[in-house]
Write a protein of this length. Sequence first.
Length: 1047
Amino acid sequence: MYKYYFLCIFVLSVFLWFPSLSFSIEYELRFKHLTIDQGLSGNKVNTIYQDTQGFIWIGTNEGLNRYDGYEFKIYDKGVNDPKKLSDDFIQYILEDSQGRLWIGTGNGGLNLYDRATDTFTYLTTDSSSEIQLSSNALRAIIEGADGKIWIATEFSIEQIDLQRKTSESYIPDHFLNNRKDILTITCLFEDKDNNLWFGTAGAGLCLFDKEKHTFTYFRHDPANPGSISDDDVRCIYEDNDGVLWVGTYNGGLNRYNTQTKSFTHFYPDREVQESLTVKSLLCDDQGRLWVGTRNGLFLFDKTRQQFQHFKHDIFNPTGLNNNNIQVIFKDRRGDYWFGTKEGVNFLNTTNRPFIHYRAGAYNRRGLNHKTVAAIYEDRFGYIWFATVEGGLNRFDSKKRTYTYFTHKADDPYSIGSNNVNSVIGDDKGNLWIGTFQGGLNFFDRKSKRFYRYKINPNKPLILQQAINTVMVDGDYVWVGTESGLYRFNITLKKFTRFKLTERDDSFSIRCIVKDSVGEILVSGNDSRLFVINPSDLSLNTYKLPTSTKYSIITEVKEDIHSNLWIGTRGGGLIFFNRKNSSFTIYTKKDGLPSNILLGILIDENENLWIGTTYGLSKFNPKTKKFTNFYKENGLPSNEFTSARFKSLSGEMFFGGINGATSFRPKEIKENNFVPHVVLTDFQIFNHSVPIGGKNPILTRHISVAKKINLTYRHSVLTFTFSALNFASNDQIQYAYIMEGFEQDWNYVGTRRFATYTNLNPGVYTFRVKATGNGGLWPQEDTSILITIAPPFWETWWFRMVIAFAVLLTLWHFAMYLKQKRDLLKTKALVNITQLKLFRNQMNPHFLLNTFSAIRALVLIDKNQAWNMISELSEYFRYVLHNYNRVEASLNDEIDAARNYINIQRLLDDTLEVTFTVDESSRECIVPAFILQPLIENAIKHGSRTLSLPLTIHVHISYTNGILSIDVSNSGNLDRGEVGKNRDDNVHGTSIININKRLHIMFDNHYTFELYGENGWVHAKICIEYEKNNLFKLLENDSVKTAQPLIR
């Protein structure tokens, strides 16, 4: 009795003194590595900081890096470029309360970063520096509670005042009395009481009184155990409780007691000297202290005063990649960044619930093969992993060791094959194992022997021996093979074939489960689900929906409502309601990471946990929401196998191609951290736009710019952006919209750029947002205003100028038309005056001839003279009617000409005159008194050349817009006169007068000929009315209007 009592006390004491045994597996650390292979400028990391925008800044020996979760932007030393860094050796980074980023360098003084211009300004020892420092070797930068900037150089501390552009330097008096080459300042810190502390390499810890400007030293004293453990101080830190901790180079960790002014010493590992070098400290939310040393990372439980050690392991690719921890930083999301001499080790704090069982058979501390096909936990707490080529692995969770059961050719009681596909226990604690080509194996727990059972011993290599899955049902074991289903009688050691399909020899069985009513559910390599009643071996078959008919059922799981959840290869997740025989299908479009599902487990809250070929998925049947987990969340791999198991305690196990993982569902909390999206680049025609310069497009960096002014020539625009979430950045989804151009958001998955072409001139707002880890879209987004100026011919001012020019042109044109009209009126008046003049020349000539004839008739025949006077009065009436007109209708001219002919016939009764007139010509307008002179001329000149009675023909026609007036008389014409036109071919004053009047009215659009032909003399006028487009001038002492000549 007492023996067992003391044994329990001893075991409990060991557990209390070494809590890391249980602590380590729960909090196994898995890191993401950022090195020069990922784009870091150098692997020796000295400082890490996160600015207010969310960017991570990493200082190395080879330059400054800005990290957005995807890419590094490197800032290095410029060659005679004052806008670049002054030195590549970056020692410290700080952003003050004003948003200014301070960069301390090892040899180039202090650099101040300007976000707007993406450039730097220097503060150095140079006399030309805006503020002159005492040394260019910076060690640390802090901002005091009062907003003042303090820097530590190698030999002094200095206060910087940017407003006054001054620097006050304080050199420790101990340095003045000792050699500076062995005493340097290493770190600087201000506590919650505004005390300024700094550490030295050789002079211990020092407290600076800001008011008195005095120094108080805390030195190591071998005779005083309460003194600091080492004079070489490397870091100073104040925890959540206000306790000051000091890390030394050779003396481990020190806790300072403000009441007693003494130190308590803690040594992470006394046996290893490198463990005593504490370079960095950080307190987590649980109050534990992260301690960075030259021998890896320690997590110090202050309550238990125990250290847990994490160090580099060449067999662990997700562990620390280097043991020299230079700096520890915690970002705003709560994740940790560890700077080493081999780059950065990033720790996602949401990874911790996942426990990784990885391959690595060294010292039996890992699986002997990385691909896990099946998992089972027996009643004794052992976890059994069936591997593809490593046989069966048994894990002792208490000792954290593995036992390997592999096939041995010379041992008939070894496992039948190293390719194990299935493992399950019976009610006696024994195991049944399905192997590939090794048959069904029974493991006797007591004898630790394997017994092999072949389905067909005579044909050991056929598909019957390839067992995919086994399920124990009382005295029977159901065995699923590549060639159908078998039931093994445990008592008789006999296999019985159970035929499911007509072509059963090629029907591969994938899943066998027993439901809540005792029925056996079986699926194979098609979309049918078989239900076997074990009492009478009756068979029912269910077919999946036609949309999934080509999918293979890989998993069947029954929930507490007796409904079935079916996993498929290609068809996603299918819910089968057994009450109404209905199906509901969920696929990638509903949130699944993959449509290939290999294993399903159900937790106590009825959530489904699904292993897929691309990540682990949690499905809430109540909300119909999927939450997906990937390698970035702590999984060993994104690709799972059909291995899955739920222990009695509720812990879930899933196997994959890179070991296995386990977790407790209630410990997995969704991280709803919403990352801030920043614009990282702006390109025009696929070229990044520089800041500043001549006629700059960007005057500030795109990440801080509020608006961009462009022209219509900038037709291809590209924005790149990044959500500053460093934990699972490759799973972040993005969406963007260009307001003013489109109505709906563009959901583009993980793509981080947006390109627009040929945006019309106008004002737009580009907006971008990203999901958090929970997959929710935030209310807020990041936006920038874009103004695209139109070409000058589309601007309002140009349109005003054009409108003014058009109006001015119209005004000038109107003035031109008015001037032209006035000119035409003037010209018309001149023409009318000339026409009247020529017409008046005609009237006296005619009257003179007529009165001469009347005088002669009065002497010869008074009656004839009276008739002539009557005809003459009619003719004078026409003359008086057209007295003030220069034109007349051809019809009136004909009537007047007839009066004139009647007068002439009274003088010569032998005169014969005939008229042939085209009726369409009577409305034509001609110069007034044009026809009568032609007839008069024919009578006068015809009688001179012909002794016979005179005959005159008047032929008038209007064809195709040409008016033709042909007055011909019998007789002859002098040969010298024939063929000549116009003035050269006229007889007398009347002919010349007619020609001039025609020219005034019709310009060059007429002809007037006088010629002889076949005993006839012709006076012919042709007027081109259509080409001339003439106008009739109506006048009454002045020109009033104009009308077409043809009415």
